[in-house]
Design a protein around this ligand. Sequence first.
Ligand code: CTP
Length: 408
Amino acid sequence: MDSALKRKNVLLGISGSIAAYKAAEIVRLLRKRGAAVYPIMTKAATHFVHPITFQALASQKVTLELFDKNKEMRHLSLPRLADLLLIAPASANVIGKMASGIADEILTTIVLATEAPVVIAPAMDHGMYKSPILQRNISKLKAFGYRFIGPEKGDLASGEVGMGRMTEPSEIVQYLEELIQSRDDFRGKTFLVTAGPTRERLDTVRFFSNYSSGKMGYALAEEGRWRGAKIILVSGPSSLTPPGGVEFYRVESAQEMYDTVMSKFPQVDGVLMAAAVSDYRPARRWQNKIKKESREKLVVELVQNPDILKELGEKKANKILVGFCAETKDLEKEARKKLITKGLDLVVANDVTLEGAGFEVDTNIVTLIDGQGKKEALSRRSKREVAQKVWDKVKQLTEVRKISREMA
Ligand code: CTP
């Protein structure tokens, strides 16, 4: 079978690290799989390996400057032709610049300009790798959807053993192969994602709501689109900018969310219900602002909103349904209960009392439980990385369903 990398244009960014010599092997392996490789070197990288090495291996001119002798603007032409940008080795300096949007030389300029997936293979001394500043930069880039591979624990240039060794070229190339394949995971499929809170109006200026920011749902929408799906994003009020390329609907109340979701449901292959839908709304809506004079006490009666997910579960047929479960106690028990009562294929459960999980924060700590009861507990990671795992699981579930349909 042909490699997914065949005829793909891979930009290979090489920055200043002793591991630059390993990038030569990456060029060789990529070319073996049929990719065209365009090396880009930072000035520091040229102190470790001469550009001639890369030129010979890639059969391609090495880009070293923003402008070459023919005044061709490589930072404009290269990003456009790229199917993928790999930075290997990525030094702490280059990672720091990327995380800050600095574009003061050719490589970081291309990173900012490209829409292709960016994969980063860090290599540095373990002291630098442990630095909280570097760690924060990595987290920031991950939240934007940049992929990281490695580093690994092993012998370092300093003679010490620790974290910071660049992942082996063969593993990096295998990772790229899988990544390119995953871009087609949901090609031709449509998924609906809900996000954010809902607001239940009390009077003209007040409402009941919850702390949901929409971050998890927006990350799911972005990642789903990244993998080739058509995404319909239905969002409650959120300050986030909707990801590019998604069909977007902004709603306010649970009832509005219900109406939009139900109208779109027939055309989708699945629903990921990340919204924190208010379970209740005020039974009565005041027409004007409620005044406190003449009122010692205000008693508001709440009535239940429709359970959107439960109703989808009753109508789902072959569609994939993913529910979210935010709890403060008995997480697993509650999650398993929802799987059954709402007819779900997958539940993403999180304990909102944990630090680094739940509402408003950029990270989450979740457990994925599927319809067969299989459980996968994930350590704390960015919401974008959680989204990657959720879509991996959706992909698996879709495949299992396809196989069982073919066998029936
Ligand atoms: N959900 C929904 N419609 C609602 C309420 C929740 O579709 N009216 C969805 C959420 O988007 C989420 C899942 O259901 O995917 C959460 O389940 P839910 O039963 O609402 O959780 P809790 O409100 O915590 O439930 P309970 O009070 O029953 O424990």
